[in-house]
Design a protein around this ligand. Structure first.
Ligand code: UAG
Ligand code: ATP
Length: 493
């Protein structure tokens, strides 16, 4: 590709062109760890690094032209107003706008993104349609599965994955779209057939500062629809969405009878969640292995999305029943039954998610509910007391422990959570997460339920960027169960 090919697209972003328009490049990157011969490299001053400062190294590594926000002394460059927007445009151009040839499904919202995207992937697979997804738990690019530290990768990575999907005969790309990604233009050049908004409650106010900014970032996804694309939104957000986007095609889902897809008669038990759904195609009965009433909303978002783009709603609903859920989302630990208790590992780490999952568990618990949880470091300090309040309000025993401190003092985080505890509620604070889980299992009697919340599937406990400890809640709980059985501390019940 030649420089002149991208100048047209970059258009009003360009401040200065300091290179030959005939200059050719055959790779693009914005990360020094991903560079080849004749790479167009996009520099930016981000939150923790400024890649303008390493252009000499980048040139030695193979970069032959730069896109920069501030002028550099030597090397060919194009100076632009904003490197993030430039990256999304260049990535789209370089990979020939792959989203135009794919069914693209983007889901944003505070909670439910992972569950919805994985359910979408499962249903398309059941229909014999090949494709890819990206998100918090896994990136599955046409069967190539890997973990990415971001819920939403960079603009270049997404376009590269979409291009690879097309090259391998894939027909769709489903992705979780975080509010950070929307604010940083990682998805700015993508156009979606379907965008879904699960819900918007408090989270990430450390980044967005106000709830309004957070909502605005989420709603921006509605501007990224294809011309005949459709938005599937939680009915609670319908009015706001309509006020902001008068002429988009949209359907709503929720319990409100004026929704396009009306959820009612939800029941949930240890074998799953069951509900009725009034749809434009008549009343439907939905059965799912997912536990928790809130999953009726995630399921309906996906059912509506696929029905609205022409898939047979009865076949879609039949396929929902075989979805076994996502690692670390209401994941039952079968070994706990040996002690006559239930243990559930869940990813809930916002006040709303904690409330939803605890209230669902309350209905299933014959005995007491013991919740082990903590708050992540470097993330929305304001929500910590709210988490303490909601857990202590609805749990019989709350055990506050360490989540992923990410460089913060774990005891300080625990104190922030303690500040919200309901006076008189039964709670313990145990800094060591393994000890906290062990204590919960020791305290549990027959018929009790333990919820281990906040980290879900995560394989490492991140104390800081140089100190990560392998720690999978599920595996730790299973180890403790067998230790107690082998030591005779807990008998088979
Ligand atoms: C604060 C934030 O969102 N940062 C994201 C952002 O980085 P940034 O723009 O701040 O860039 P930077 O890290 O300062 O680096 C500046 C530039 O130098 C480049 N660089 C940097 C270092 C280096 O050695 N070589 C190099 O070339 C970088 O590629 C970048 O182009 O863009 C990067 C590329 O897309 C992301 O990886 C990075 O995510 C960081 C790791 C992060 O932790 N982000 C979190 C806050 C986040 O985005 N979370 C959401 C999910 C939130 C949730 O729902 O829980 C997500 O989508 O992951
Ligand atoms: N529709 C929902 N409403 C409220 N809480 C939900 C909903 N769906 C899931 N949850 C709760 O939120 C947790 C995270 O769910 P999931 O991973 O599907 O969402 P997510 O948006 O991908 O989260 P994250 O952005 O943190 O990866 C679940 O473990 C559950 O506790």
């Amino acid at each position: 590709m030649k420089i002149k090919d991208i100048l047209r697209e970059l258009n009003s972003l360009i401040l200065k062109v300091n290179c030959d328009e005939e200059l050719e490049f055959n790779y693009i990157s914005s990360n020094s760890k991903d560079i080849q011969e004749n790479t167009l490299f996009i520099c930016r001053k981000g939150t923790s690094f400024d890649s303008h400062n390493i252009v000499d190294d980048l040139y030695k590594e193979g970069a032959n032209v730069f896109v920069v926000e501030r002028e550099i002394r030597k090397y060919p460059y194009i100076q632009v107003v904003d490197s993030r927007i430039a990256e999304s445009i260049i990535a789209s151009m370089f990979y020939s706008k792959p989203y135009e040839k794919l069914i693209t499904f983007g889901v944003t919202g505070t909670n439910g993104k992972t569950t919805s995207v994985h359910l979408f992937h499962h249903i398309m697979h059941n229909f014999g349609i090949k494709g890819s997804i990206s998100g918090t738990v896994v990136n599955d690019i046409m069967g190539d599965k890997f973990y990415h530290p971001n819920t939403t990768p960079s603009a270049i990575e997404i376009m590269r994955n979409m291009h690879k999907t097309l090259e391998n005969g894939g027909k769709y790309y489903g992705m979780e779209v975080s509010s950070h990604a929307l604010s940083q233009y990682r998805v700015e050049s993508i156009r979606y057939d379907i965008v879904g908004i699960t819900n918007i409650t408090r989270d990430h106010l450390d980044f967005h500062e106000t709830f309004e900014n957070y909502k605005k970032a989420k709603f921006h996804i509605l501007n990224l629809l294809k011309p005949n694309g459709i938005a599937v939104v939680n009915h609670e957000l319908l009015q706001e969405v309509k006020n902001k986007n008068k002429n988009i095609k949209l359907v709503s889902f929720g319990v409100d009878s004026s929704s396009d897809y009306v959820i009612h008669e939800i029941t949930t038990n240890w074998s799953g969640t069951f509900f009725k759904l009034d749809t434009p195609y008549g009343e439907k009965k939905v059965a799912s292995q997912l536990i928790g009433e809130y999953n009726a909303f995630n399921i309906t978002l996906v059912v509506a999305a696929l029905a609205e783009i022409g898939y047979d709603i009865d076949e879609v609903i039949a396929s929902v029943a075989t979805f076994r859920g996502v690692d670390g989302r209401f994941e039952i630990i079968p070994e706990a039954k040996k002690l006559g208790i239930e243990i559930v590992v869940d990813f809930a780490h916002t006040p709303d998610a904690l409330e939803k999952v605890i209230l669902s568990l309350r209905k299933l618990t014959k005995g007491r509910l013991i919740t082990v949880f903590g708050a992540g470091g470097q993330s929305d300090i304001g929500k910590r007391p709210m988490m303490g309040e909601v857990v202590s309000k609805y749990s019989d025993i709350s055990i506050i422990t360490t989540d992923d401190p990410r460089g913060e003092d774990p005891l300080k985080i625990i104190k922030d959570v303690e500040a919200g505890l309901v006076p008189g509620s039964l709670s313990l604070s145990i800094e060591d997460r393994k000890e906290a889980i062990d204590t919960a299992i020791t305290l549990a009697n027959r018929g009790d339920v333990i919820l281990i919340a906040g980290r879900g599937h995560e394989p490492y406990q991140v104390f800081d960027e140089n100190h990560k400890v392998p720690f999978k809640d599920r595996d730790v709980a299973i180890d403790i169960i067998f230790q107690k059985i082998n030591k005779g501390e807990k008998t088979f019940k």
